[in-house]
Write a new protein. Structure first.
Lengths: 97, 472
């Protein structure tokens, strides 16, 4: 692994996570899997932000990551509340037309 | 660790600029807690209305323009947008009160959306933009669900997944912009250091959540599904307020990216939204679906006013916003009448109504003409202003793509003729089937909403002079 910096590794990993997340959201019809996809996409940007923060030697991006984690938690709690309601009505966690 | 006392003092000083927002946070808590003590809808409505009226007064008295270069900036544009959005909320609550004998938490969510929209108009930093957009989104996911039907839960969760995905995409773009410049401040961003196509792609990703809020082309899919389920109050409110807020934020951001990139990015998004909205609306049979697709098309037209990134463009945008709010509220008002009489929201309801109720016929026809954008209604003035701002910018920049946007925009006004005029056609040229009369009180409100559309065609200066003086 000579010649590949930590920045490149993190960016490639971030891009990979982003791709997996988008694929999950687009292809799966199971709501839990779609929510996992969204979480992966959010973590891809978190990883990018941390890597770039190290490159620039700033803590600004770390703060941003904390906010993202916070908002993602709020979003998931709403999603799960809605998911329970969805399950009550349809007896399934699959999105169908 | 050293604490910079001056910096902390600075932070406290700057909070005076946020008095309206702090007041809104307080109002949110008061309305939420009041709902626990007395669960009666009427009392919460009164509390919310009084709170929002005081909020408008606060906005008039506490206008502290702030210096450039902060996380947020209070300026004339944001202040105007804030007053406008608060009035829109007030109107939505008062006009469509009857449909919302719903849980009390509902009103605190509306206030949270207003708070998010206000923050979004002041944003000058990606963190503020992200938090404001998420505040609007998270509250609206809850509101979609407030009809408590099976389909509503499905729509709400689809909306949430779509919104979550677009904000995640947006964050990825933001992280890349941060990687280029090492800053989240909009005024320090310089995307011209990377190749042009890469810069376009990155800016597109970063703005995804704003596009989602304005319901622009690749992020418009949720609109027809969600608008089908929303309570009417929220339908009127959500189809106007987040769009204005996100539009202002888009303007403030696009000022800091090179013209070639912003023209291509905003131009293509506006063009495609107009096409998708208008072509999608052509085959719709239901009023709500028609409204949804027409709002996608109108979002495209709104962005046409943003593309020039000039002050005349902002004037056109805000004027368009006001007229668009009037048209939308009038549309939702007639939808309210229809839904109070029948469960089914198909266009066939309007058959023959023009012949037995000439007054309703004239009013609804005026509304539809205004939505198309033909004279003698304000809809024409708005499109004229937006396209003339675009033309001025073309003479400055000489970018061919601007002409393409102009021509496609004019063609789209033509396409929209076919579906908007379907309703007047049904009203005048079809046999009457059901005896439905618009009550006197309803027709007065309809007149109050539609009359300004005629007045603003003949005297647009009523608002424009005010905008010219306020926003320089």
């Amino acid at each position: 692994m000579i010649g590949i910096s930590y920045l490149q590794i993190s960016l490639y990993l971030g891009a990979l996570l982003m791709c997996i997340g988008v694929t999950l959201v687009i292809t799966r019809r199971n709501l839990i899997m779609m929510l996992i996809g969204i979480e992966l996409m959010l973590n891809a940007s978190n990883l990018n932000l941390i890597a770039f923060g190290k490159k620039f030697g700033q803590t600004e991006s770390h703060l941003f990551v904390l906010f993202i984690l916070l908002v993602a938690a709020a979003e998931i709690s709403i999603a799960l509340a809605l998911l329970i309601q969805f399950y009550k009505h349809f007896q399934s966690s699959h999105l169908e037309n | 660790m050293q604490i910079d006392i001056q910096q902390i003092e600075q932070i406290f000083l700057r909070t005076t600029e946020l008095i309206p927002e702090i007041y809104l946070c307080g109002l949110y808590l008061v309305v939420l807690i009041a709902g626990f003590f007395r669960r009666s809808s009427a009392y919460i409505v009164e509390l919310t209305v009084i709170g929002v009226v005081i909020h408008i007064l606060v906005l008039f008295f506490f206008f502290v323009p702030s210096a450039e270069g902060g996380l947020w900036q209070v300026d004339a544009i944001s202040q105007f947008a804030k007053v406008f959005m608060s009035v829109a909320l007030l109107l939505a609550i008062i006009l469509f009160r009857k449909n919302s004998s719903l849980a009390e938490e509902y009103y605190s969510l509306l206030i949270a959306i207003l708070l998010g929209a206000q923050l979004l108009t002041m944003a000058r930093h990606f963190l503020i933009m992200f938090i404001a957009v998420e505040l609007i989104s998270l509250s609206s996911y809850g509101l979609v669900f407030f009809r408590f039907r099976a389909e509503a839960t499905a729509s709400a969760i689809r909306y949430l997944i779509f919104g979550g995905a677009s904000s995640a995409i947006s964050l990825y773009g933001i992280s890349l912009i941060y990687g280029i410049n090492g800053t989240f401040f909009w005024h320090q961003i310089d995307v011209s250091v990377v190749p042009k196509n890469a810069a376009i792609a990155i800016c597109f990703l970063a703005l995804a959540s704003l596009f989602f809020k304005i319901s622009l082309f690749p992020f418009h899919v949720w609109v027809s599904d969600v608008y089908q389920q929303l309570p009417l109050q929220v339908l009127a409110f959500l189809s106007v307020v987040p769009k204005i807020a996100a539009g202002v934020a888009l303007y403030q951001f696009s000022k800091h990216i090179p013209p070639a990139i912003s023209i291509f990015l905003l131009g293509s998004v506006a063009l495609l939204s107009m096409l998708v909205g208008n072509l999608g609306a052509l085959s719709q049979k239901g009023m709500r679906k028609l409204f949804a697709f027409s709002s996608i098309a109108h979002a495209g037209f709104l962005i046409v006013a943003i593309i020039p990134r000039t002050i005349s463009g902002v004037h056109a945008f805000l004027f368009y916003g006001i007229v668009y709010a009037l048209m939308n509220y009038a549309f939702v008002w007639i939808l309210d009448w229809q839904e109070s009489l029948t469960e089914d929201d198909s266009l066939t309801f309007w058959r023959g109504i023009g012949n037995i109720q000439p007054f309703v016929g004239i009013e609804v026809t005026t509304l539809m003409i205004s939505l198309v954008g033909l004279p003698i209604t304000a809809g024409f003035t708005t499109k004229l202003l937006a396209f003339s701002a675009l033309w001025e910018y073309y003479e400055l920049e000489k970018h061919v793509f601007l002409i393409v946007v102009l021509i496609v925009g004019l063609l789209n006004a033509l396409i929209s003729l076919f579906y908007y005029l379907k309703i007047p056609y049904l009203m005048y040229f079809q046999k009457h089937t059901t005896a439905n009369y618009l009550s006197f009180a309803r027709s007065i409100v309809l007149t109050v909403l539609i009359f300004p559309l005629l007045v603003l065609f003949f005297f647009p200066n009523v608002i424009l002079n005010f905008l010219f003086v306020l926003i320089k």
